[in-house]
Design a protein around this ligand. Structure first.
Ligand code: P6P
Length: 335
């Protein structure tokens, strides 16, 4: 009986893509896999266990933390710390990065940035949420404590990126720069199996995903794009369909499969945009580009932006090339 490749087998089969790696990246990806299974377990029983609702604290973003935000954050930190493959970690939920400097981390080459539970405001209403991760090779000398510079690297330096999506099924989607590949979790066996090899955007899509409640705050170019998407034009398959879940991983995943574009523009309430460049925009941008899509800040390739701080925000337009370029065109017209 034909069976799908497991995530573990796939990682090992593709380890050759990293001639210098001594299996660290493979081990790191398997640690993320383990933590994802643990978070998935907690999410699936959230309604029963007393882990729904607010934790009564705020994160560095000033957002009220859900109990599951903290639980997911702790699970990824402890799992990644135990493995000894990384020398530091930064999280949406923590103001500063964490230095891993026990003996087993001494020669670790990698740092991880993570949004442990993206879209967590949707948990209590049973809507899909996700975990987003981004992996870099450190740039400071091995054997020394990681520094901020190891984390605030441009997205083009990522060695791997991915997300877990906790939806009708749980999937892990990742890239190491050799395509974007999706693995579906089989809870009966406890393994992820390759279900979506080489995920690829259609050249053009008909879905746009934006919080239109913020329309009045949008730049003129974005208002023009939305109006354009809503016009009747059978030749260009317009009007588009509006689909917005309020969970980046869910909107991104659907748009990559069906064809569409996600927008989180600047606005008067979020002058730099809402999404965080380092652990939301850049990892999703890496996946999108590897799937033949495009990811922009409205004026250029978002992965080429040089970050200046850990939690900086950026406007984010990501999806099918045709529609991202249309957004850039509208934004670059004179007002
Ligand atoms: P809004 C979740 O907080 C998130 O970071 C993304 O997952 C999501 O796409 C966006 O913010 C939703 O933001 O302002 O539309 O509620």
């Amino acid at each position: 009986m034909e069976r799908h490749t497991t995530l573990g087998e796939f990682i090992i089969q593709n380890q050759k893509d990293f001639p210098y790696a001594k299996g660290e990246l493979s081990s790191l990806l398997s640690a993320i896999r383990l933590a994802g299974k643990m978070v998935n377990q907690e999410i699936n029983k959230a309604g029963l266990a007393e882990i729904r609702g607010k934790a009564g604290k705020e994160n560095v973003q000033g957002e009220v933390q859900a109990k599951l935000d903290i639980l997911a954050n702790d699970m990824f930190i402890s799992t990644l710390r135990d493995r000894g493959d990384i020398c530091g970690l930064a999280s949406e939920e923590l103001e500063d990065f964490i230095v891993f400097n026990e003996e087993r981390h001494k020669n670790a080459n990698y740092v991880v940035l993570i949004d442990p539970l993206d879209g967590s405001s949707n948990i209590d209403v049973d809507i899909t949420v996700g975990t987003i991760f981004s992996i870099y090779r450190r740039i400071s000398p091995i054997g020394t404590p990681v520094t901020l510079e190891d984390f605030i690297q441009p997205g083009i330096n990522q060695v791997a990126a991915g997300y877990l999506i906790y939806g009708t099924s749980t999937m892990l989607v990742y890239t190491t720069g050799n395509g974007t590949h999706g693995f579906t979790f089989d809870p009966g066996i406890g393994s992820f199996f390759l279900s979506h090899p080489n995920m690829t955007y259609p050249n053009s899509g008909r879905i746009y995903s934006v919080n239109e409640g913020n329309y009045v705050h949008f730049p003129t170019g974005i208002k023009k794009f939305i109006r354009w998407a809503q016009e009747l034009n059978e030749e260009e398959s317009r009007p588009f369909t509006s689909r917005y879940i309020g969970s980046l991983v869910a909107d991104f995943h659907r748009n990559m499969l069906l064809g569409g574009v996600y927008l989180y523009p600047t606005g008067t309430t979020s002058p730099k945009g809402k999404l965080r460049l380092l652990y939301e925009c850049n990892p999703m941008a890496f996946l999108a580009e590897q799937a033949g899509g495009k990811a922009s800040d409205g004026y250029g390739r978002i992965m080429e932006r040089t970050p200046s701080e850990l939690h900086e925000r950026a406007p984010f337009y990501c999806g099918c090339k045709t529609e991202v370029e249309k957004i850039e065109w509208f934004l670059n017209q004179e007002d």
